[in-house]
Ligand binder design. Structure first.
Ligand SMILES: Cc1cc2nc3c(=O)[nH]c(=O)nc-3n(C[C@H](O)[C@H](O)[C@H](O)COP(=O)(O)OP(=O)(O)OC[C@H]3O[C@@H](n4cnc5c(N)ncnc54)[C@H](O)[C@@H]3O)c2cc1C
Length: 401
């Protein structure tokens, strides 16, 4: 069968590309190896789908070519995204910048995209993996079971390796390499960091509000504030996800990486010192009791252990003891020794170099070959930025094939 374009992957970016091109009367074949479309999309935002962020800022992303990223994001911006979703039946709302469907159901986003694919006349084939993908004189050809399909354009929208159980795989990168495309080394991002420095097994499930900084070569290379979760092996939660890219990049070049947590970002050192001293003089409490209600109970002995303060009377702490305690509360230093793999990460960093694509995301070296979504070397922090990249890149490709 002949088409105007064949799109590989019915995830966020592939469906967007197919609907956009189908609405332009292009004859599109969309292929998805899994039995359903949008499997990862239906798990996003804890099942609620954080569709995008308002506003979208460039510094929320990592890429090799910020200018091209900006061009793609502005070609299909926030307003275009909102209009597109309204046009397929998905109404959205904004909660502190995080944009969700009003249904609060990722499933309904997938369902509406599926309906829009049908309405745009896209031919969808699921449950089969394409083979023999080749460049021909007139475009591209591939096999699905025994049938050969051809088109002048091919779109690789196969996603990245994050979330294997949701369809994450290396397929897109392998295909890109088969067309001699350069790929930035991939690694899991938006993931937990494994650390040493505390008895994490005892602390699993503890949550603290704080600022977490990543230190490399004595300098802060990334930081974020929010709810930090302690896990069996280290630290997790949105602020940790957001600084994981820089921490993992540092580890990958064998640099010692330290995560420093400020448990009281809203107070400076002097304020905190005065406040802790005041609490130490309430009643005749032990230091553990003086910190109750200030820190999660399980964390208190772990913090006190660092300066051998356990069991001391709060009012009898020396000036040095108080200084040490406040120093730790403002800067709990943990050595980062590893990170969650792709099964625990939300996104893959690295991928096909944006530098080697045109502004319409067509390959510079292979005419008619396009890329969209996470397979490209663009990844963002938490908050809807990764899906916005999938929508914008998918729409730009869909408008040019
Ligand atoms: C648990 C989780 C929660 C997330 N939550 C959010 C969120 O709330 N907001 C946000 O912005 N981002 C979120 N993300 C990230 C976001 O889901 C991805 O960045 C986005 O889905 C990438 O879109 P994509 O189209 O590139 O890839 P995908 O959506 O992964 O789609 C790629 C598709 O290609 C298919 N495929 C693979 N190989 C082939 C092949 N050889 N031929 C044809 N098809 C193939 C796959 O089966 C898959 O369906 C989350 C990720 C995870 C894992």
């Amino acid at each position: 069968m002949n088409y105007d374009a064949i799109i590989l992957g019915a995830g966020a970016s592939g469906m967007m590309a197919a609907i956009t091109a189908g609405r332009r009367e292009k004859k599109i074949l969309l292929i998805e190896p899994q039995g359903v479309v949008g499997k990862k999309l239906s798990a996003t935002g804890n099942g609620r789908c954080n569709i995008t962020h308002d506003p979208i800022t460039l510094n929320a992303y990592h890429t090799d070519m910020p200018k091209r990223l900006e061009s793609v994001l502005s070609s299909f911006d926030l307003e275009s995204t909102r209009k597109f979703f309204e046009s397929i039946g998905v109404s959205v709302y904004n909660r502190d910048g995080y944009v969700y469907p009003r249904s609060n159901e990722a499933r309904s986003v997938v369902k509406c995209m599926e309906l829009a694919l049908e309405e745009a006349g896209v031919q969808l084939i699921t449950g089969v993996t394409p083979t023999d993908i080749k460049k021909t004189d007139t475009g591209f050809s591939l096999k699905l079971t025994n049938e050969t399909h051809e088109a002048p354009s091919l779109v690789i929208a196969c996603g990245g390796m994050a979330g294997a159980e949701l369809g994450g795989s290396e397929n897109g990168l392998l295909l890109a390499k088969s067309f001699n495309h350069r790929v930035a080394d991939p690694f899991p991002s938006l993931t937990e960091l494994f650390c040493s420095g505390l008895s994490f097994k005892k602390l699993k499930g503890v949550r603290v509000h704080g600022r977490v900084c990543i230190i490399m070569d004595g300098e802060i290379i990334s930081e974020d504030v929010g709810e930090i979760q302690l896990t069996e092996k280290g630290i997790s939660g949105i602020p940790v996800f957001n600084i994981s890219f820089e921490a993992i990049s540092g580890l990958s070049i064998k640099k010692p990486i330290t995560a420093v947590i400020d448990l009281f970002p809203e107070m400076d050192k002097e304020m905190l010192r005065a406040y802790v001293e005041y609490r130490c003089n309430i009643g005749r409490r032990s230091i553990e009791e003086a910190l109750l209600g200030l820190l999660p109970e399980k964390l208190i002995p772990e913090i006190l252990k660092l300066f051998d303060l356990n069991g001391k009377k709060a009012s009898r702490l020396s000036e040095i003891d108080l200084d040490n305690l406040c120093h730790i509360l403002k800067g709990l230093a943990l050595d980062v020794c590893g990170y969650g793999d792709y099964s625990r990460s939300q996104v893959m960093a690295g991928g096909v170099l944006l530098h080697d694509l045109k502004d319409n995301l067509e390959s510079d070296s292979v005419p008619g070959l396009f890329f969209a979504g996470e397979v490209i070397n663009v990844d963002g922090i938490c908050g809807g930025y990764n899906l916005q990249w999938a929508w914008s890149s998918g729409a730009v490709v869909g408008n040019h094939i």
